[in-house]
Structure formats: structure tokens, C-alpha cells
Design a protein around this ligand. Sequence first.
Ligand SMILES: Nc1ncnc2c1ncn2[C@@H]1O[C@H](COP(=O)(O)OP(=O)(O)OP(=O)(O)O)[C@@H](O)[C@H]1O
Length: 585
Amino acid sequence: MDWTMGWREMLMRMLNWQMYYIIFTSGCCLFQGVLKYCKVEVFFIEDQLLDTMLIFMLYGWSAIPLMYLMSFLFSASTTAYVKLVLFNYFSGIFSLLIDMTLQYSKELETKMSNDTRMRILNTLLLLPNYDLAKALENYSNAYQDKTLCHTLKYPPPSVNCSKTNIEKNVYSLEENMIGKYLITMGVLGFVLFLLIFLWETTLWKVKTFLGRYVYFGIYKKFKQNTISKELSGESEDEDVEKERRRVLELPQELLNTIILIKELIKIYFKCPAILAVKNISLRIQKGECFGLLGFNGAGKTSTFKMLTGERTATSGDMFIEGFSITKNILKVRSRIGYCPQSDALLEYMTGREIMIMYARIWGVSEPQIHLYVNNWLNSLQLEPHADRLIHTYSGGNKRRLSTAIALMGKSSAIFLDEPSTGMDPVARRLLWNLITQTRETGKAIVITSHSMEECEALCTRLAIMVKGKFVCLGSPQHLKNKFGHLYILKAKVKPDIGEDKLEDFKIFISTIFPGSVIKQENQKIINYYIPSKDNSWAKVFGILEEAKEQFNLEDYSISQITLEQVFLTFAYPDKTEDEYKKNVP
Ligand SMILES: Nc1ncnc2c1ncn2[C@@H]1O[C@H](COP(=O)(O)OP(=O)(O)OP(=O)(O)O)[C@@H](O)[C@H]1O
């Protein structure tokens, strides 16, 4: 959601923080209600209520940004939640145990110098839970001492009822008072906010710098050979090579084509380094739907994540409407619509509410918002579910909603990662219509999918990726023409025809179409692969029309090889060729 905001991202974040504090303050009020109910008067009578509230608020001020920063250590939200709750719990308990041991253990007193003890206690101040516990403990002790000294004629000897002690300001920085802890929490909050600000504004730049200049620089020094061979970007496929040259020779003023990928490389610097994307170049224009196909591990997701700004590129650059992703990520993010592979929806909103929220973010005017959202809900037939909470949606409906959110708005580039996963055939058709309509409005769409049918239906151009490289590129029809050197012939012989006539038909086909191969034979239905080289459609149909009479064929059909079969030739290039050769008589 933040991505679609662009420059308004900071405003959104401030609103988020405001929400955190409103929720935290409500929790504090509730807790004070519990203290009052349990008659723990030290924390609520007279001015004490405000003092306690101040302690709690300063705790929230420091603890919330600390948790926010620590959450970056985890990739899954559930893991982060569980581990951070445990961290809070144990950091509170153990810091107090250490504090008590250092203060009251006689043995430690002799073994450990005062300086070391103070250093440890000062380090504990960095934990907001410790500060909170100590502030509450000292506040309560000071109050109780005062009460005992004022109410009892003979207070216990352990209580220091001297005038200076009783009149001490509880907010002072002295030992056993709370000033030190409150100031620490206040300063900690500021420092943590500063760190968060730096993290969020410079993280992308730091990551880009490290990846491009430090790690890649070192890698280039040690792996000179790999760099020149694997990452040259040159391709054996003429379409891929032509596209590359076109991008590299593109004049500067044409850089503002909607999506431009220029010599993009992604290396994961693990041990050993993984070359995930090997110097790809591509230009996607207005009104194009580009399909990124490939096998598991081919590098599609890595390319996709670089295009959407989720990952940094090791080398090369990508431009959305002329804005470089490496240099201007905020501007780029506000220009893209993105439907990730796993639905990123706010589950406790209804479908309508979330769409209204996004429509507002995109700047749809208030009087038009309901009409606008209703149109989108209608176009994906989500109306019946629109007022239900999203967590009650089926997987397919969540996918519909995610895709609708990616397609709506003013983004000029839309990235859809397997958008139709889990959808029924009717919903899939609706989605395809919607994607086609959106494309026709002049947007550029990039789609990854494992459904070849979907790619054929939607993509104006596509590329197949193998081991991080494009191995072919072009429209589905172009690829079928180029790589599908075969026709598929399906012939059904009449049931009353004897086996000898069937055998004659087979001999006829193998003689007239040398190199043809039987793919399948069942119940007098025979499927053939026929080489398309030297056999035009007209010639094949002419021959089959004659054969229909001659061999009593009930029916026949000739079709072109499917995109899936083209795709498979890249999966097992050697195997397919071998198998084909083996079967050729
Ligand atoms: N975070 C990562 N750290 C290290 N290696 C990674 C990382 N992500 C991907 N890879 C590696 O990069 C290569 C390309 O992976 P990528 O996920 O881009 O492929 P893909 O085509 O999207 O596969 P799939 O269809 O299975 O999603 C693989 O060898 C993968 O192991």
C-alpha cells in the first residue's frame, strides 16, 4: 500500500504511527482501569494518575519504534510476532533479575568493581521494559515511604523518614527516583525514530551501493571469466539479440517508454554466488501485455521483484516512464500497480472498504468514489462478497480482489504475478477480459503465469527464461511459427474399417509426410506430429481431403503446435530432439 503512495508515503507512515499510539494509549487507559478496580491506589489517586500515564506513554514512545526496527530482522510476520513477544517477556524478566542480583548479592559486591556494575546497569537502560519496571518500582517505593512516614508514628527502621528524603522530587535523577528512566525512554524513542527514518530513506540506496559497487566489484575481480562468458548479454536467438540492440541503441529521449529494462543482472552473493538474471534487456510499450515465462528457478521472480523495487539490481537499470528504479524508487513505486504472488490484503476490512481506501489513495474524487469502486467490483463479479470481511473470502476471491486493486488507479505499469491462481474458469475469463480492457487503455502489463492458455489469451509478446536468460522472445504466434516445426494431425478412422485399411493409412502418412511421428493411438483415433517444413497448410489439407475418401476417415483435424509444446522444447531440448529422432522411421 505504501508503494502506491509515492511522495505521500511519509504522510501515510505518520498516520500509521498515530494509530499505533492511539491503540497503545487505549491499552494504557484500560490498564489504569484495572489498577483502579484492584485498588492499587499508588498509581491512580490525585496527581498519580497523570504520573503513571506519563511513565506508560514514555514507555510506548520508546518500545513501539524498537519493536518496529526489530521486526526488520524477520521475513514472516507471524515469526516476528511470536519472537518479539517472547523478547519483550524475557528482556523484562531477565533485566530485573540482573538488576536485583547486582544490587543485593553480597558475593558479587566483593567480586565485581563498582564501575563494572554501573556499566551493566546502564546498558540495561537501553531496554524500555527495564526502564518501565524500574520507573514503576521506584515511583511506588517513593510513594509508600512518604505514606508510611506521614501516617505512622513509629515507621519501620528500614524507611528513611528524614526531611530531605521525604521531600525529594520523584522526577529527580537521583538513585531510587524515576527521572533517569524517564529521560532514557524519551531519548531512546528519539534515537530509534531517527534510525527508522534513516533506515527507510537510505536503506534502498545503501543496498544498491553495496550490491552494485562493493559485492559486484569484488566478484568481478575474482570471476573475470564467468562475467565475460555468462553475463555478456549476447544471445543466440535473433529476436532476443535484436531487442537487446534496440534497447542499447535507444536514443535518450525515447527512454521514457513505459517499461525499459537495460542490461539487468541479478546475482545473489551467497556461497557460491547464484547468477539469477544474466543481462537481460527489454522494452515494453503502451498497450502491451508482456508474459514472463520460465521453469522453476529460471529467474522470473527475481526479475519481477527488481522491476517492482522489492530487490535491488546487481547491475543494469530499469526505468518506468523514464524514472530509474535504482535512483528514484519513490517516483517509480507510485507509478506501478502490483499484484504479488501472495495476497497482500488487510484481512479485517471488507472488499468494498479496501477498494475505497485504494481509490482515495489514487486520488479519485469523493463524489465519484462509490461509482468507481462499484464498477470494479462489478467487473470481477465481486459485488455479492463486497461487504464481507476479506478473511472470510475464498482463495480465488482474494486473488480477484488483489488483481482488481493492482489494475485500478492511475499506474501506467502493472505487474501481475500469477494473477489467476485458484480462480474458477468463469472468474478467469472475467479477469482476462478485464486485463485486456486495461491494456487497451494504454497501460503496460507484465504478467508471470504457469498457464500457457492464459499467456496465449493475454500476452501480445512474451519471453521464455532459462537459467536467467531469455531464450526466445516474440508474440505467441511468432514463437509457435518459429519453434513449432510441427503440425498436429488427429485422424479418426470409421469403426467398421478393418486393421489392414488402418495399416495402409499409416503407411500412406509416413510415405507422404517423411518424418511424421505417431504421438498417440487409441480406439482408431491416431495423433500424428507432422513436420511443417516443406508442408504448407494447403498441401496438408489437400492430401488429407483425398485420404479421407481413400481410407474411409470419419473425421480429421490439423492444428498448429501449442505454446505449451514450444515451452516444453526449452525444458528438455535434448530429450525432445532425441525422442523425436528415435521415433522418426
Ligand atoms: N533470496 C535468494 N537468495 C539466494 N538465491 C536465490 C534467492 N531467491 C532466488 N534465488 C535463486 O535465484 C534463482 C532464480 O530464482 P527465482 O525465484 O527468480 O526463479 P523463478 O523463475 O521465479 O522460479 P519459480 O517459478 O519457482 O518461482 C534460483 O536459482 C534461486 O535458487
